[in-house]
Design a binder for this molecule. Structure first.
Ligand SMILES: Cc1ncc(C[n+]2csc(CCOP(=O)(O)OP(=O)(O)O)c2C)c(N)n1
Ligand SMILES: [Mg+2]
Length: 320
């Protein structure tokens, strides 16, 4: 990659992480001020979302879980319509009916946000089967947590995808927590990716706080899936530095563990790396941060001023 392309790629990855952070912190602040309902954030995990999603092509599909704002924003979702959805407004992507936990954006190929932990796994296998039967070259990316990986549905989904050669990139965001339970209480191994071998599938663990490492690992995995049409398990090893949901005082968290991961913040680390290498200037990074702040101010204003759905809308867009 030449210097100019490297700079462009670095700017895009940095911008994406900063946007996700600013969006989620604004949503959490609004919740604390009583201006928004509860929400789940992925603060601390931004490198995983930005790194993987930026490696996908526009015709690839995404299925995700309750911590989905980062995946959607990295995919190019409009922050105003996202914020409106979180606030339950009619201008939101799902007309205010999904809230934070079920957002899907068909035009961006984000098929599903599942709040049933692990639900995205079997549905991604099904979407992989559909893509395969249609003869499409699309790849299906499925984001799930370490908690979901401890459910039976993980085994069924990966086993069938492997047996049927389905083009699915399973991305386990191992953020050390499963709601209020530390993963050490539910699994003895530190990593999820070695489980791939038992399905005859490739599996790799990457430092989920290093956005370039995640992006490179995802590119390699996606290229392999396109070539072989076989599934791949990518584990991004990271940490959720805010609570399970908002509000959450995190009294159950070991303060030393939390501090050690905060010291490895993916955005601050990337900034340091880019400045040390001279890839992007401090002024350039500051400009990106200012632009993002303006975008989020605009998004919040748009969402706040938008109307709630009309009462007559209550029974539309539902199956039964
Ligand atoms: C089937 C099911 N069981 C339990 C829950 C309650 N729940 C919501 S999130 C969560 C923890 C999920 O942990 P993990 O898969 O690691 O994802 P993370 O929240 O860490 O991103 C639980 C138990 C649920 N939503 N669905
Ligand atoms: Mg987890």
């Amino acid at each position: 990659m030449d210097m100019e392309s490297r700079r462009e790629s670095a700017r895009a990855l940095f911008q994406s992480m900063v946007l996700i952070r600013a969006f989620e912190e604004r949503a959490a602040a609004a919740q604390a001020e009583g201006k928004a309902p509860g929400t789940c954030t992925s603060v601390g995990q931004e490198a995983s979302a930005a790194g993987v999603v930026k490696a996908l092509s526009s015709n690839d599909l995404i299925l995700t879980n309750h911590r989905s704002a980062g995946h959607l924003l990295a995919r190019g979702a409009d922050p105003g319509r996202m914020m409106a959805e979180v606030l339950g407004k009619a201008t939101g992507y799902c007309k205010g009916k999904s809230g934070t936990l079920h957002i899907s954006v068909k035009e961006l190929g984000v098929i599903l946000t599942s709040t049933i932990v692990g639900g995205e796994l079997s549905l991604a296998t099904g979407v992989g089967l559909s893509v395969s039967m249609q003869g499409s070259d699309a790849v299906v990316a499925c984001f799930f947590g370490d908690g979901a990986a401890c459910e039976g549905i993980f085994h069924e989904s990966l086993n069938l995808a492997s047996l049927w050669n389905l083009p699915v990139l399973y991305v386990c965001e191992n953020n050390q927590w499963q709601a209020f339970v530390h993963r050490k209480e539910t699994m003895l191994a530190d990593h999820i990716s070695p489980r791939a071998a038992s399905y005859g599938m490739d599996g790799v663990t990457v430092d989920g706080n290093d956005v370039e490492a995640v992006n490179e690992a995802a590119r390699v995995a996606i290229a392999k899936i396109r070539e072989t049409r076989k599934p791949f398990l990518l584990e991004t090893y990271t940490y959720r530095t805010r609570g399970h949901y908002e509000p959450d005082d995190q009294t159950y968290v070991d303060p030393e563990e939390l501090a050690s991961w905060k010291a490895r913040d993916p955005i601050a680390s990337y900034k340091k790396k880019l400045l040390a290498a001279g890839t992007v200037s401090e002024a350039d990074l500051a400009a990106i941060q200012r632009e993002v702040e303006t975008t989020i101010d605009g998004a919040f204003l748009f969402a706040s001023e938008s109307p709630y759905p009309a009462a007559e809308e209550l029974l539309t867009d539902v199956y039964a």
